[in-house]
Design a protein around this ligand. Structure first.
Ligand code: PDD
Length: 292
């Protein structure tokens, strides 16, 4: 089956899908995006993802090109046309097409692109053995809370991690404190069983998975501290893990050359991983029941 992309109001074969060379997303990275997980054909945490998309657009003064309801319908149509059962839907919006010039165009017309594809389930090994993280300086701008398509520092960090045999890069600020991963949020569990993740600020993207895991942890009665933690604290932690739309909850069992605790995924991490998978399952069942 051939893939279909949505480009500014049209459903086109993925291979021929293209934007104008003077799209400001292409020339200035002047745009925002969202990635949502599709699980059993349902969009996970759609509401929070669309809230964050609207916020990113607002912060950059890019106009929302369609109603939220229409956006939601098109997302479903893109998923449907690509027969995606388990995978992702990607939505990108940029500040229009205009002759290259830094100020905003006089009449900006937000450009919209959506794609959806299946993704293979994560190798079970990742959950069973955990993954490695490599620490690197955080060289990004000071508005990492905006989900902008300007991702060059993240791309370079992820590549450096992969070249070092690590799954993720943990970015570290000038004070030696971990901000987040290159495309995930970073967490640790302290020796006295407290869950720690950096508080939401301009220094991190407030992950939708992060928010869901905070809720789940509260539901489990776990002690949670939203505060920065240092690389040294992480290396001495009882457990470490990452969260994101595509990684879900993934144990981190090594940071740089330091094996975390006994080198095995921690029990709280595995509990939260299991609760998060259940959270996804619950949503698909609730939606299926609503539409029955
Ligand atoms: N990345 N931090 C950064 C820098 C991210 O890019 C992401 C998401 C996250 C986790 O956010 P969420 O839980 O909402 O996925 C944190 C997506 C998946 C990506 O760029 O592909």
């Amino acid at each position: 089956m051939s893939r279909i992309a949505y480009v500014n109001g049209r459903y086109v074969p993925h291979k021929q899908a293209a934007v104008h060379i003077e799209d400001r997303g292409y020339q200035f990275a002047d745009g925002v995006y969202e990635v949502c997980a599709v699980w059993n054909g349902h969009i996970i945490d759609e509401g929070p993802h669309l809230d964050r998309l609207e916020r990113s657009l607002r912060e950059l003064r890019i106009g929302m090109p369609m109603s939220r309801q229409a956006l939601s319908l098109v997302m479903r149509e893109v998923i449907h046309r690509n027969a995606v059962d388990t995978g992702i839907i990607y939505v990108q919006m940029t500040r229009g097409v205009a002759p290259r010039d830094h100020p905003f165009p006089a009449i900006p017309e937000t450009q919209v692109v959506m794609t959806s594809r299946r993704i293979r389930p994560q190798p079970a090994k990742f959950g069973e053995d955990g993954v490695k993280a490599l620490t690197l300086p955080d060289i990004r701008w000071e508005r990492c809370d905006i989900k902008s398509v300007s991702l060059l520092p993240n791309v370079l960090a992820k590549q450096a991690a992969r070249e070092a045999g690590a799954y993720e890069a943990w970015l570290v600020d000038d004070d030696g404190l971990v901000t987040e991963g290159s495309s995930t949020n970073a967490w640790i569990v302290t020796r006295d069983a407290k869950l720690v993740t950096r508080s939401a600020s301009h220094a991190i993207l407030n992950g939708i998975t992060r928010l869901a895991v905070i809720e789940l942890a509260r539901g489990e009665g776990l002690q949670l501290e939203e505060r920065p933690f240092s690389v040294a604290e992480a290396k001495g932690a009882r457990e470490a893990f990452i969260t994101s739309t595509t990684s879900f909850v993934l144990p981190v069992t090594q940071i740089d050359d330091q094996v975390i605790a006994n080198g095995k995924p921690g029990s709280l991490t595995l509990k939260l991983r299991q609760r998060y998978m259940a959270h996804m399952g619950d949503q698909t069942r609730a939606e299926a029941a609503e539409s029955a």
